[in-house]
Design a protein around this ligand. Sequence first.
Ligand SMILES: Cc1ncc(COP(=O)(O)O)c(C=O)c1O
Length: 335
Amino acid sequence: MLEHLARVDLLDGPTPFQRLKRLEAVTGHRSLWAKRDDVAALGLGGNKLRSLEYWIGEAGRRGADILVVAGAPESNQCRLTAATAAKLGLDCLILHGGDPPAGEVGNLMLNRLLGAGIRFLGPVDEATRGRMAREAAEELAAAGRRPYLIGDPAVGALGYARAAEELVRQARSAGVDLRHVVLPGSMGPTEAGFLYGCALLDLDLTVHLVSVEYGADELATRIAVIVGAVETLAGVPAGDWRRRMRIHMDQLGPGYGRPTPESVAAVRTCAGLEGFFLEHTYTAKTFAGLLRMRGDGTIPADQPACFLHTGGVPALFGQVAADPSLVDPSLVAPP
Ligand SMILES: Cc1ncc(COP(=O)(O)O)c(C=O)c1O
């Protein structure tokens, strides 16, 4: 579909497409599935590996020898960039907003093991962090290095256009006519790429975005800007990509990265019934959204539905260390 664009294979084949039989029994749904993008051989997996396939394609085209990436200390994108750099024999510089925490767990600890260079920028907003990352890349270039700055949203989105094709191929070969896919709504590249892919393939399904970060208008605007940039980059217009998109605001709770009673219940439900893990920033809220949609009939029992697990599970360790009540069974409501 996008074969003319530079890409490096990091996933070693499709991620698992699994039936959630115990969840089907508990929720009364007849065809419930998970696309397990949290499972991969590299860096503990996650959605940003698909973006990295195209970012690294671009980095390779430009002859880069060092990857520069910016994010919060718990960023999954930083961890997967560091893992990719390690695997490919590139250097990696990570710029974290904030100050070094007292203890290093989760992604930050993994970044150390992966051998990335790590700088803390102090209390900066997202725009300043981005500017400082660009400046760091310029300094590296002035010193004779060939940096590539990870993060172009349109290039990163291409990975999820490809994922849409992979998912629908797996569903069809399992005899499943997928009608609903549920994924987190956040910065936008994953969502935009997936919607773009669904439009190119003319799929008859609803893409439910459970917002974990922004208001509905801002999320929709972000996605529209990225889809426009992807259309330009790929040279293929998506047509009416918006008609499949539904944005859900009911799981955001007190805000980005802040657990909710529903996210606590979702983590335990998934672990207890299906044996895999969610974390509270992205996937638990998304899964809680799926349970709510199932409960109120937004996703009818007879329409095959898939939860797109975007990964991020290493962050769970830091989340629970910061708030042990997240594993308190008394907080768990039945789905
Ligand atoms: C696990 C996980 N899920 C979802 C997202 C959101 O993806 P996007 O930034 O493409 O909206 C991220 C972003 O880092 C993530 O780490």
